[in-house]
Design a protein around this ligand. Structure first.
Ligand SMILES: Cc1cc2nc3c(=O)[nH]c(=O)nc-3n(C[C@H](O)[C@H](O)[C@H](O)COP(=O)(O)O)c2cc1C
Length: 167
């Protein structure tokens, strides 16, 4: 079985921690966990199955290492690849740009088979570009306000995406 590339960017360590927990659930042998600042276009391109993870910064912006890397995504042919997106945000503090890193990543990988859309139920925010047809474009984790829900959200999402990831 080919491995899955989990590429993440994290300023304060929350996304990194959440990704490590996801790796444990999906199985350490199945995933290469790679910080985006240490990656390359060729490396990301080498995976047929990817999970991309970013927190949201500024006002609905990508995490800073992803901002440095995002142009590289334009060079990758995502058609034929399967991609799941994971976004961290703070619905209370930034409720009008909640988890919009998901939207920005999605814009880059649209050609892929994008899996793992999730319900917006249980979140309380005003606006988010990460919502399309009443669904988040991926999994949204809010460690600032709902860290008690993170484990069950990760478990449910892992179950949702694992068959498409070949697990
Ligand atoms: C200055 C600043 C700006 C932020 N902007 C947003 C935002 O626009 N939307 C959002 O949902 N969360 C926003 N957040 C919350 C972070 O995305 C959240 O705390 C996340 O868990 C940080 O993850 P990290 O430690 O992996 O970088 C912001 C946080 C800070 C401190």
């Amino acid at each position: 079985m080919s491995k899955i590339g989990l590429i993440y960017g994290s300023d304060g360590g929350m996304t990194e921690d959440v990704c490590k927990r996801l790796v444990k659930i999906l199985g350490e042998d199945n995933i290469d966990l790679i910080e985006v600042q240490n990656s390359s276009t060729d490396e990301v391109s080498s995976y047929d199955k990817l999970i991309l993870a970013s927190s949201t910064w500024g006002s609905g912006d990508l995490q800073s290492d992803w901002e440095d890397f995002e142009d590289n995504l334009d060079e990758i042919d995502f058609s034929g690849k399967t991609v799941a997106l994971l976004g961290l945000g703070d619905q209370d503090g930034y409720g009008d740009t909640f988890a919009e890193s998901l939207y920005l990543l999605h814009e880059k990988v649209k050609a892929a088979n994008v899996i793992g859309q999730t319900s917006t139920e249980g979140y309380d925010y005003e606006e988010s570009l990460a919502v399309v047809d009443d669904m988040f474009l991926g999994l949204v984790i809010d460690e600032d306000n709902q860290d008690d829900l993170t484990d069950e959200r990760l478990e449910a999402w892992a179950n949702q995406i694992k068959a498409d990831l070949g697990l």
